[in-house]
Design a protein around this ligand. Structure first.
Ligand SMILES: CC(C)(COP(=O)(O)OP(=O)(O)OC[C@H]1O[C@@H](n2cnc3c(N)ncnc32)[C@H](O)[C@@H]1OP(=O)(O)O)[C@@H](O)C(=O)NCCC(=O)NCCS
Length: 436
């Protein structure tokens, strides 16, 4: 697991100078400092939320203490201690192939006050994050997005997709496997530890995943002060025949349309399953729950396996969204971290206006799927040309080179693109199962 303390890294001098030229100050905001409360208020305002209560501030302070919080301040305004823009970042790791991870610079809480929008503040913050991450040796940066229109300009691009799944339980009828283990209700208080333990095993096998953290699990469990429906949270644990906990389902129940008591909506807050058996057991529990007409679950695999476990597959609808956006900063480190399905020998010409990934790169994969990546000698012809965003989308194998080529985002011969796709096809489809 990456151990860099991102709070100790200096602020990016270029962004500091750019902001200063606009009369703005770029500053770190330690979570244990009095500046934390205005920082949190600014984040909440940016995401159209309510002002946090004193309890919420303290809970968020605990959760965000390990993070690097950066604010932009307009000291000439009427509230000079309140940031007009915010960002937070931390070191984590991304699973790139089952069992293989790479350090990731995670970015969150990007906001700019509506009073200060469209003056280049987000640009200064995002490019500052990328320069700081690259200088600290991070091969990749990542984020989850509210809008798909913002981050592409800085080289971020979707690399893992997730589905919002809705199951009409009246039509579904379970035909999937019947798991041999057992289900038990477990307390909300026990959930952070249970979720963390099961998720740690799951995320290491799933490309596109990152670890969760205590505050995230407390939120799923409805234990944080801002949890409006905490008392409604229920959870069941699946233990296999040997007694080992393999899965957790956390959910709430709400009345269905027209207050039909027999058709409640079961909303999944988390369904983490270490193995097919646990997944089948928990999905069956949700679908067969009495007095439930609909099961809703977000952040599910792009093609949800539950479609194959019910009599009427059209009882399951899945709406796909781009979810995990990645940005390669170091091409050799990023491409050599994962394992490939086939041998490959290509030269990729990567265009990166910010410079980090720019260049011609030789990618050679041996018969065991192990890659070596180096700057390509000038004597080698380029096989494939693409932007850093397109390469970031290909990295985990969630997008195909031929699809991106059809959209004009990748250029190369049909043969080179087919070879790329054959090598990049993943063992397990990429998925990010949390927001960050
Ligand atoms: C999104 C947000 C951070 C942008 O901040 P900003 O300081 O206005 O952005 P900048 O002035 O640096 O703009 C940089 C570029 O992004 C573009 N841009 C900014 N916000 C955009 C949006 N919502 N949709 C499309 N493009 C956007 C700008 O037009 C500009 O384009 P250019 O590079 O072609 O000139 C800000 O509007 C905000 O806080 N929104 C609410 C919270 C939010 O959605 N945060 C994102 C979390 S994932």
């Amino acid at each position: 697991m990456a151990t860099t303390d991102t709070r100790a890294l200096a602020l990016d001098a270029t962004s500091a100078a750019d902001l200063e030229a606009s009369g703005l100050e770029y500053a770190l905001v330690p979570a244990d400092h009095e500046g934390f409360e205005p920082f949190l208020r600014a984040v909440s305002r940016g995401f159209l939320g309510e002002d946090p209560s004193a309890d919420e501030v303290e809970s968020a302070r605990r959760a965000l203490t390990p993070r690097r919080l950066t604010g932009v301040f307009d000291r000439s305004g009427v509230a000079p201690e309140s940031p007009v823009a915010t960002v937070d970042s931390w070191a984590t790791e991304l699973t790139v192939s089952p069992g293989r991870t790479i350090p990731l610079w995670s970015i969150s809480a990007v906001t700019v006050a509506p009073t200060h929008r469209r003056r280049g503040i987000a640009r200064a913050m995002l490019t500052g994050e990328l320069r700081t991450a690259a200088a600290a040796g991070f091969p990749l940066a990542g984020l989850t997005v509210t809008e798909a229109t913002i981050y592409g300009r800085w080289g971020f691009s979707p690399a893992a997709w997730a589905s919002d799944v809705v199951v009409d339980t009246r039509r579904a009828r379970w035909t999937g496997p019947v798991a041999p283990g057992r289900l038990d209700f477990v307390s909300r208080e026990s959930l952070p530890e249970r979720l963390s333990r099961v998720h740690e095993r799951v995320r290491l096998e799933r490309p596109g995943s990152v670890p969760g953290w205590e505050g995230r699990w407390r939120g799923v469990a409805g234990l944080t002060p801002d949890a409006k429906d905490g008392n409604k949270v229920r959870a069941v644990s699946y233990r296999d025949a040997a007694g080992e906990e393999r899965g957790i389902l956390v959910y709430t129940l709400d009345p269905g349309p027209n207050d039909d008591y027999s058709a409640h909506v079961l909303s999944v807050r988390a369904l983490f399953a270490d193995g097919d058996e646990a997944a089948a057991a928990l999905w069956r529990f949700a679908i067969e729950h009495d007095l439930v007409g609909e099961v809703k679950a977000s952040l599910q695999p792009a093609v949800p396996p539950v479609q194959w476990m019910v009599a009427d597959r059209r009882a399951v609808t899945a709406t796909l969204t781009d979810h995990h956006w990645l940005r390669i900063l170091d091409v050799p480190a990023a491409l050599s971290a994962r394992r490939y399905a086939r041998a490959l020998d290509v030269v990729l010409r990567v265009e990166d206006p910010l410079g980090f990934a720019d260049g011609a790169w030789s990618l050679r994969v041996d018969a065991d799927g192990v890659a070596e990546v180096d700057a390509a000698p000038e004597s080698r012809d380029v096989d494939v040309e693409l932007s850093v965003g397109a390469l970031s989308s290909l990295l985990l194998g969630g997008a195909r080179a031929r699809e991106l080529a059809a959209a004009g985002l990748v250029r190369g011969s049909a043969q080179a693109l087919a070879a790329l796709d054959a090598a990049f096809v993943p063992d397990v489809a990429p998925l990010l199962d949390i927001w960050y």
